[in-house]
Design a protein around this ligand. Structure first.
Ligand SMILES: [Zn+2]
Length: 184
């Protein structure tokens, strides 16, 4: 952020009085601009022992597979956001959503909330952000072509617990540290 969104004056980046972290501060109108973590909502949608996955048609991670997920919008619930992303990315309706995984990714200030649900009628098709959508059995998950560590962790948990009911396992909670990229 370079300019105040309230008054267009250039902002300073410093620790405000009585605060502990640096913020973008506008000395013209006095606004302190807080930038908070992003929430990503997604869906592990099941149909007859299979899981819905999407091949990304957008960067980052173009051409790799993911569970349908995206940024939570204002004024929606997390579960509604997960269902909305599933409609947008996989043209698929889900019902009976329950919270499946809470994944912190502090290095990039993201929090993932993944819901588990049932795919209505087994119907799916690629939306504009997907090249393909597919239903896969757990033994056909493309582990080497997954887009994000969060999806790998979620799917690993699903496989390791044999798709056990949430009332037995409770939601998965985990902090994910991104591996440092090796220089090419
Ligand atoms: Zn201002």
């Amino acid at each position: 952020m370079n300019y105040c969104s309230q008054c267009s004056h250039p902002v300073d980046f410093r620790v405000p009085d009585d605060d502990s972290l640096p913020r973008h501060v506008c000395d013209n109108c006095g606004t302190v601009h807080y930038i908070n973590p992003k929430i990503i909502v997604g869906c592990l949608a099941e149909w007859e022992g299979q899981i819905l996955i999407c091949k990304r048609a957008i960067e980052p991670r173009y051409g790799l597979w993911t569970l349908p997920a995206g940024f939570m919008e204002r004024e929606e619930t997390a579960a509604a956001g997960a269902a909305r992303e599933t409609v947008e990315e996989a043209r698929a309706e889900v019902t009976d959503l329950s919270l499946y995984a809470v994944l912190d990714v502090p290095q990039i200030s993201q929090l993932y909330l993944i819901y588990r649900g049932t795919l209505v009628g087994g119907r799916h098709a690629p939306g504009p952000e997907s090249l393909e959508t597919e239903l896969v059995t757990p033994d056909r998950i493309p582990w080497d072509e997954l887009a994000f560590p969060t999806m790998q962790v979620t799917l690993q948990h699903y496989v390791e617990t044999g798709g056990a009911d949430l009332t037995q396992t409770g939601p998965l909670t985990k902090t994910i540290r991104r591996p440092t990229r090796k220089p090419c």
